[in-house]
Design a binder for this molecule. Structure first.
Ligand code: AMP
Ligand code: MG
Length: 333
């Protein structure tokens, strides 16, 4: 067992040990390369970097079992963003194409501490484009990942080598466009493998791991059922009950890299979807006021920065590629 294996099993190290550990520094340098690459690719596509709020009266409710954290905001309870999705939609009033490297806080359930892919505090490369289709933003997500891999392989070969990551792992990724399967196909496939899934819910953590472990390069899962996601993923007109959304899954067992969708933007539909998902529209005052006055149709996605860096570096656990990791249920500084 090498040093990295020992560390992965024993959980995060003390800050000084972690930050001065050569593999941590290699991973953080790769993270820097990934961020530089992503900013360059989005810049070439005409995206404006727009920092988004960290707290607000409401945040994204569509997060699998994670609790939201409250802030006492001058006597009013505000939430720390679990994702800035509502602000991304609002930001379309200023620019057609925006992105943000957005910090998120999710008090994830304790059982996620051992998935190797959950942090409490993480960042999303959050992207949104007015008038875009799901297909257009899927293509963009694919470009961001592919360009980031190319840039890291070219500019950080020593760091990859230090982490024991063979650039050959990316040969299939760079070969051709990522494949796609629908949620229904993924469920059929997993059921045939003996991994039980529901056709009307999220793919389980174990299902995600199995699908990912069998893949040689990233792939998309599309058309999740309505009950599995937040009210803002747009429902298909042709296939009611399914959403115009997607996940991007990394190969080799690294699991989900990104989730994205076309968005609901019509007030009646948004309120109906809020009610269906158990959300009280009265909580969403500022957002619904904006929606009633008119917002633009849009599509976008969020790529987990630490998840992407974990995949590129091949780290055993996502905390290894994070400077100041916080793991579910673990009290750290
Ligand atoms: P979601 O809105 O839940 O799909 O989150 C968007 C992206 O953020 C996911 O595709 C992951 O890459 C990443 N992500 C979500 N939750 C976590 C977490 N607890 N720790 C690290 N990354 C996460
Ligand atoms: Mg997701």
């Amino acid at each position: 067992m090498n040093d990295a294996d020992t560390a992965a099993r024993s959980g995060p190290r003390a800050p000084r040990t972690h930050l001065t550990h050569p593999p941590t520094r290699a991973a953080l340098l790769i993270q820097h390369r990934v961020l530089t690459s992503v900013r360059a690719t989005l810049g070439r596509h005409g995206f404006v970097e727009l920092p988004l709020p960290l707290v607000g009266p409401v945040t994204d409710p569509g997060v699998r079992g994670a609790k939201q954290a409250d802030v006492d905001y001058y006597g009013t309870t505000y939430k720390i963003m679990t994702s800035a999705i509502l602000y991304k939609q609002a930001a379309m009033l200023a620019f057609d194409k925006i992105f943000c490297i957005a910090p998120n806080l999710r008090l994830e359930p304790l059982d996620t501490a051992v998935t190797g892919r959950h942090l409490v505090e993480f960042h999303q490369i959050d992207v949104e484009a007015a008038g875009a289709t799901r297909e257009e933003v899927m293509e963009l997500a694919q470009s961001l990942v592919t360009e980031a891999v190319i840039d890291v392989v070219r500019e950080a070969p020593d760091e990859l080598e230090r982490l024991g990551r063979d650039a050959g792992a990316f040969a299939e990724l760079l070969d051709k466009p990522f494949e796609r399967m629908s949620h229904a196909e993924a469920v059929t496939h997993l059921t045939a493998l003996g991994v039980r899934q529901s056709g009307t819910a999220e793919i389980t953590w174990e299902g995600e791991r199995v699908l990912s472990a069998k893949a040689g390069r990233p792939f998309f899962v599309t058309d999740y059922p309505k009950g599995s996601r937040g009210f803002y993923d747009r429902e298909s007109i042709d296939a009611p009950g399914t959403l115009r959304n997607f996940d991007l899954i990394a190969p080799e067992g690294f699991g989900e890299l990104a989730s994205g969708a076309e968005r609901e933007y019509e007030p009646g539909k948004i309120i109906e979807r809020m009610r269906e998902t158990g959300e009280n529209p009265a909580k969403y005052g500022w957002y619904l006021d904006l929606v009633r006055e008119g917002i633009h149709p849009s599509a976008g996605f969020g790529i987990g920065l630490e998840r992407l860096v974990r995949y590129v570096t091949g780290a055993d656990d996502v905390w290894e590629v994070c400077a100041f990791p916080k793991l579910p249920g673990m009290i750290t500084r």
